[in-house]
Ligand binder design. Sequence first.
Ligand SMILES: *Cc1c(COP(=O)(O)O)cnc(C)c1O
Length: 647
Amino acid sequence: MQTHLSQGQPSPGETTWTAAESSRLYGLEHWGQPYFSINERGHVIVQPRAEWGGCLDLVSLVQDLQARNLSLPLIIRFDDILEDRLTKLHGAFERAMAQYSYEGKYQGVFPIKCHQQRHVVEHLVRVGRRWNFGLEAGSKAELLVALALLDDPDALLICNGYKDNRYLETAILARRLGRRPLAVIEQPHEVHDLIACSQRLGMTPLMGVRAKLSVPSMGRWGTSSGDGSKFGLSAPQLLVTINTLQEAGLLEDLRLLHMHIGSQISDIAVLKEALQEVGQLYVQLVAMGAPMGYLDVGGGLGVDYDGSRTATTASTNYSLQNYANDVVATIQECCQPHGVPMPTLVSESGRAIASHFSVLVFDVLSTGTVNGVIPPQQEEEPLLVRNLRALLDTISPDNLQEAWHDALKFKDDALSAFRLGYLSLIDRSKAEQLYWACCCTIAEHLSRQPIPADLQPLATALAATYYGNFSIFRSAPDTWAIDQLFPVMPIHRLHEPPQALGTLADLTCDSDGKLNNFIGSGGHKSLLELHHLQPGEPYWLGLFLGGAYQEIMGNLHNLFGRTNAVHIRLAPQGGYRVEQVVRGNTTSDVLRALDHDPQALVERLRQDSEAAIAAGNLTIPEAHRLITHVEESLRQTTYLGPDMVPH
Ligand SMILES: *Cc1c(COP(=O)(O)O)cnc(C)c1O
């Protein structure tokens, strides 16, 4: 995709820019479906129940929430979207099973590791009941959450991950509570531990085995399958495990075959191959006398973050319906010729369920832009400065590339001269200002036309930095850790043409705390089209599709804590209800998390203030002001407060 240096100013009275153009510019028309779009006021709107009706103006909602003293940055969780995702997932499998006359059913589980927050898990369990939707745990802590919250006796509780005896015994005993835990053997030694635990308790668990498939997955999570993967049993290990279970008389409790080839599978061909392999393994296990009954295809159902429908990491080349069709048809094709009864199909789709329901809204604090102000001319300027002035006068549409290279050269020469002591600070500043003036003049000539490749650095150099009141390490860690792309865009002023190009910087003091890869209509771009800040007016940006993994992977870098979060539901009579407010971490909270004692810190400062007062360096009102600031900060979130946001 080519970048344009500027969107150009519409002439007064000309209103050429529409919300539809913004929708195209930010790719919203593709990735936003069916939940996000833009209204005629130029605001992002949310349809949390998709085609079932009901619509919220995101900007009005944020205003209302601010009036309730919920400051930005703010995570808004639309519980209806979560429910709609569940409905669509089950709908897709129901359609696929009807289409292929599949004589079995589908029963999904939610992998808790994707979003462990209490209200989210509780909500999924509540609305999932109508499908006996279950949970997947990957650790003892997640098992505890799943055991306590999953009260549907017919829902599955898939127990994955590394297991010690306490994990295994807990899973076994949970059967007595009326739960349906399935302990998945992922490592060769686990079968021995399971047998020992069963003998100790005189009780057996329902069991599963995880196969290590030969298809190497692709993408960033590609090591979840293939010979070198961390989990699963290879074909020989699978055989040994079956024999061991048989000898221990436990084969009749082997009910499930499990696979997981990685998250965000972008290419459906990879999935198909894995399904064929796991389908044949299932047939073989049945032939060896295991009762089986469940086939768990794991996670991996992808999200089309950039809306491109391609087999690239930020996208998928298949729809939810394609996915369900392939799972159903492939497993049927494997089982039918052998007369093996169709298994209940299980999937552990996390990303596909949880990505859409959460929107992060943050405010822009300020921008850093380049200005093209020309320093006044003085007598006897050094040659380098005179050269730059002459260059500035000669820039024309015919010599833009040449002018850009000359400007760069003169600026570098000026810096060398300064380093060697031949240029004063005043003259160096003039040279830099003139260089930027040249850049701005070149850019003006280039506006509204694609930039030639060798002038790209000019576009980047002139781009504004928009400073956001958020931390990417807290709220979008995967953008930093694995270059993941999330849609980011203004949530208002979308009926105005954006007139600046910029990158986003966060509040941390880390130079990695920035976003410079964005989703656009025709691909990815390093600069985002943004609006100029209006004095006294807020400018709000939204980060979308970040509901999976981001909150739990987010960290306390620079001690920025959890943001405020709210759960919103559409009200039956129209409008919305705030179902739940989850306050963000206060400064006190994050200090305590690192073993500091906030009160002791304040007390130390207070004592130092007394000493400074005694020495005559600080007045009593100044001391009071200092301590008040510190105490107030401790009570508030770690982000910039509304009263402190400069305009
Ligand atoms: C992480 C994980 C999942 C979830 O994967 P998604 O791609 O988010 O659906 C499912 N199963 C297992 C075993 C996992 O480790």
